[in-house]
Design a protein around this ligand. Structure first.
Ligand code: PLP
Length: 381
């Protein structure tokens, strides 16, 4: 990888390439006008305290505004004191690893799982065991079986609109998972960053609604519902668990995470701007998902299969068994189309014949072109 001296965003896409591997909002969906309005509102208060070190849990007024948003979407009252402000979901996951694991510990993940979380776990020297999923999400019987042989520091799960598989854990399995957590004193790190991105259905209750059990961290992020550059997220948990985070060296030294940005986002929440934006995102992503699904069916026919997700960013495409998606990458590059090969999401080199396609970064004309290019690549095999 080259380290560019002057690079503004994380992305560096070759000209002409349509890279469906990118799991980010497209630049036209980044709400600059909204942030300007929120900043103007916040700065007009002439309150210099937003430039001070922040309260360790996160600003109380921001947490109250966030609690109101979550209460509406989770259909259950959320207590602002059960919320801890992070600098994004990734940072929250990293902090949990720092405080609740030591190198060599075992953790459970789903197979497949979010590839960049796997990298965070590898940074912490953790031994990663992948547990199977089916169309109802994590197979809880397999979890139970594995708990007889291992004592994991935690289970990392993405219960709703999974990355990459776009699967949602069924309601009965959520109940069973929570029970197992209590029976085995298993810490559950539920990455629920897509829960609020349901296009027009209501997913089963988030694991956030079970945090009273005392074994669950529910992770959320403004990256998916406002803008990733804000680096703002939260962890919902019971107050005993949150105390461990607040008492970390990181927080004691630097104070609460991202206090300035959270005050701007407080304005976006209180003025209703964030909700309008979220509603727009849901409409846009829902349309793109339907469009890409149609285009894939037209262009790829029966050579690929997938289920249409009801939310989130991804289509998890299954290719014929003999195809190694990673080996297709250089050919795909020549056809100016990109994707994430399934093997990246595996803790044990599985899912070789899967690819993850993301529809958040491109509008329908590019999605159409990309589906055609993918068909050209696959047509040669
Ligand atoms: C499941 C999952 N967790 C976490 C993240 C990263 O979130 P953040 O930008 O808040 O660090 C992503 C982004 O792709 C994701 O898909």
């Amino acid at each position: 990888m080259t380290l560019h001296t002057i690079q503004t965003t994380q992305l560096d896409i070759p000209p002409g390439m349509i890279h469906l591997g990118i799991g980010q909002p497209d630049p036209s969906l980044l709400p600059l006008a909204l942030i300007k309005d929120a900043a103007e509102h916040r700065l007009s208060h002439d309150d210099a305290s937003l430039l001070a070190y922040g309260a360790e849990l996160g600003d109380g007024y921001f947490r109250r505004a966030l609690a109101n948003l979550l209460t509406e979407h989770y259909h259950k009252p959320v207590d602002a004191d059960d919320l801890f402000v992070t600098a994004g979901a990734s940072q929250g996951i990293d902090l949990i690893c720092t405080l609740f694991t030591k190198p060599g510990d075992t953790i459970f993940v789903e197979e497949p799982s979010y590839f960049l979380a796997l990298n965070i776990f590898r940074d912490h020297g953790l031994n990663i065991i992948g547990l199977p999923m089916d169309e109802d999400g994590l197979v809880v019987e397999a979890l139970e079986e594995n708990l007889t042989q291992h004592h994991p520091a935690f289970l990392y799960t993405i219960p709703t609109f999974h990355n990459p598989a776009s699967i949602t854990l069924s309601a009965p399995r959520r109940e069973r998972l929570v029970q197992l957590g209590q029976e085995h004193n298993l810490l559950i790190v539920a990455d629920e960053v897509y829960h609020l991105l349901a296009y027009d259905t209501t997913p089963p209750e988030p694991l956030a609604n079970y945090t009273d059990a005392g074994t669950i961290f529910s992770i959320g992020s403004f990256s998916k519902i406002l803008a990733p550059g804000l680096r703002l997220g939260w962890i919902q948990a019971n107050q005993d668990l949150l105390r461990r985070l607040v008492k970390s060296g990181l927080l004691e030294s630097g104070g609460g995470l991202n206090p300035f940005t959270s005050k701007l986002v407080q304005s976006a929440l209180e003025l209703g701007l964030q909700l309008d934006h979220l509603n727009n995102l849901k409409t846009v992503y829902g349309k793109r998902m339907s469009f890409l699904s149609d285009a894939l069916r037209r262009h790829l026919g029966s050579s690929a299969s997938f289920s249409e997700p009801n939310g989130g960013f991804f289509i998890w495409l299954r290719l014929p068994e003999q195809i190694d998606a990673e080996a297709l990458l250089s050919e795909a590059r020549q056809h100016n189309v990109g994707f994430q090969p399934g093997i990246k999401f595996s803790s044990r080199q599985n899912h070789k014949n899967y690819i993850r396609l993301c529809f958040s970064f491109y509008d329908t004309p590019e999605l159409e072109t990309a589906a055609g290019r993918l068909a050209d690549v696959l047509g040669n095999h």
